[in-house]
Each structure stands twice: as structure tokens, then as C-alpha cells.
Design a protein around this ligand. Structure first.
Ligand SMILES: [Fe+2]
Length: 301
């Protein structure tokens, strides 16, 4: 295992031998990961099967992304395609709007776009440090309130055999306030801090900016026939996210964004609690295939 800097200020590149993909030293790996937030793993030709085996060393608690636009490719459904389309996607923490948000995500590059299409990452710890005292104070004093309206395809992914009452019960146990709008549609509110406490320090990790993008481009994130606005974000007290904060976030995003220039077979491992990710645009005529797997760490016995 060879370890080198990925960016000037955070992340590492890990070079592995082909044998090391099959027998990962997960303790050493996790130590580097916890200290650096994002790892780019290179070294051998990786196919879907090896991607599944490699990620399987770290956890068995994988999470299916329930958005219908993400195809499920592996037998267990947890190796999936990323958000469709070719436009840019702003920095975000994956699924911060729901209790199904993963602690760790892996991207695997099957086919890089020849030009553009880089995955972007931004260190949430640096992001937090760049926030104005006013923004830090607001985000430390109020959680964010994510509002979701889920069609059956989404809630059935998480609750395939539960009765309607059991779904509400489980969503309540997961910390949401949930009710049925009708027999098909689940409404829930989820409160979560926009700031994470981590070993690396306080980190800005949430979905404020991507919710703003979602409101403008619903079709990027949903099937084209589904025009309903299904996600909203507010401050804990119900106020809209202030305009001054959104503007400040856009400015900081520009400063902290780093690009991962994909090579075929690359795997990128991201701490979803302290590192944000997004995407650069690419020409729709170009081929690009990036796959995703998401997990929580195994629970301590
Ligand atoms: Fe994402």
C-alpha cells in the first residue's frame, strides 16, 4: 500500500497491488480515511465484481439509494448508477435529507468522460472554517428541517413488507415526523444539524445548496414525468434558508471545490459526514459511467 497526497490540503491517493484489493488491511485504511476524509484508490483493473468485493471488506451494512433514477446493478441492489444526466451538481452530503443517509460512499469509475465529468469533492472541515461567524452561529444554533414527499418507489425500498402503521412507527423510531398524505404518499420531516462533529473538527455537511439546485431543476433528480416538488429545506424554526447564507455558501463552494479527474478503474471513498461531493458537467455525447455504493460502518459489538 503506497500513500500519497491527493490534493494540497486534504485527501490521499492509495496505490494498492491487485492482491491488496482482495485482502484489504481495513484498520490501516480506516485510520488514513478518518484523518483525511477522501481516498482515491488505484492500482489494478477493477470490474463491478471487484468493486463489490473491495467495498464489502469495510461493511455489510449497505444502503440502497431509493431514487428511481438510480439503476440497481448488483444482486443485492446496492451497486447503483449515479444521478443521471450531464449537468453540474453542487456540493452536497449524500441523502442528508433522510435518516437513510450513509456514513461512507464509494464511487467507481467504469468509464471516465474523455473531457469534463469530474466528480467534485469539498472538505466540510475547511468549509466550516470559512463560514462567517454569523453563519456558524446560525447553523450551530438551529438544525435544518428537511421536508420530503415520497412516492411508493422510495418508501417501498426501505419498507418492502411493512404495513402503513408499521412504516410510520419505524420512521418515528428513525427520528422523523411522518404521516401518510394518502395511501401511496409518505410525508416526513427530518431534523438534522448542518454541522457534523468529527475527529477532524466541525464539518459543514448538509444538503442546503443541492436543495436549491433541486428546486430549480427537479427533472435532474427525478423521472421526467414526475414534476412534483418532493423535497424542501428550512431552518429548524420553519424559516426559509436566508438568502445571505445561500450566497455565502456559493462563494465558499467555489473556494473549496476540488476535482477528481477520473481514470478507468479508480475508486473514490468519501466520508459522507465530513466531505461534500458533486459533479462537473460533461458533453452529453460522451460516454461516462460512474457507479456508487453506500454504507454505514459496522456497529461496534
Ligand atoms: Fe450525491
Amino acid at each position: 500500500m503506497r500513500v500519497n497526497a491527493l490534493f494540497n490540503d486534504f485527501g490521499k491517493i492509495i496505490e494498492l497491488s491487485s492482491q491488496e484489493y482482495l485482502s484489504v488491511n481495513t484498520n490501516r485504511f480506516k485510520e488514513i480515511f478518518n484523518n483525511h476524509g477522501v481516498l482515491l484508490i488505484r492500482g489494478t483493473k477493477v470490474d463491478r465484481d471487484l468493486f463489490e468485493k473491495f467495498t464489502g471488506h469495510f461493511s455489510s451494512d449497505f444502503i440502497v439509494h431509493s431514487a428511481k433514477v438510480r439503476k440497481r446493478l448488483s444482486k443485492d441492489q446496492t451497486v447503483q448508477t449515479v444521478t443521471e444526466g450531464y449537468g453540474p451538481i453542487v456540493l452536497h452530503s449524500e441523502m442528508a435529507y433522510s435518516p437513510f443517509s450513509p456514513e461512507v460512499i464509494w464511487f467507481y469509475c467504469e468509464t471516465p468522460a474523455p473531457v469534463g465529468g469530474e466528480t467534485t469533492v469539498g472538505d466540510g472541515v475547511q468549509f466550516y472554517r470559512k463560514l462567517s461567524p454569523r453563519a456558524q452561529k446560525l447553523l450551530m444554533s438551529q438544525k435544518l428541517k428537511y421536508v420530503n414527499i415520497w412516492a411508493p418507489d422510495r418508501w417501498l425500498t426501505h419498507f418492502p413488507s411493512e404495513s402503513p402503521d408499521e412504516v410510520i412507527q419505524k420512521m418515528t423510531q428513525l427520528g422523523t415526523q411522518a404521516h401518510w398524505i394518502n395511501s401511496e404518499t409518505l410525508y416526513f420531516e427530518y431534523l438534522r444539524s448542518g454541522i457534523t462533529k468529527s475527529a477532524r473538527g466541525l464539518a459543514f455537511a448538509n444538503g442546503i445548496s443541492i436543495h436549491r439546485q433541486y428546486e430549480k431543476e427537479v427533472n435532474t433528480f427525478q423521472e421526467s414525468h414526475d414534476k412534483q416538488v418532493r423535497h424542501g429545506i428550512f431552518l429548524e424554526n420553519g424559516d426559509k434558508i436566508p438568502e445571505w447564507l445561500c450566497n455565502e455558501l456559493t462563494e465558499i463552494e467555489e473556494k473549496v471545490t476540488q476535482k477528481v479527474s477520473w481514470q478507468n478503474s479508480d475508486i473514490v471513498m468519501i466520508d459522507n459526514l465530513t466531505v461534500l461531493h458533486g459533479r462537473c458537467a460533461f458533453d452529453p455525447a460522451l460516454q461516462r459511467s460512474i457507479l456508487l455504493r453506500m454504507a454505514n460502518w459496522p456497529k461496534a459489538a
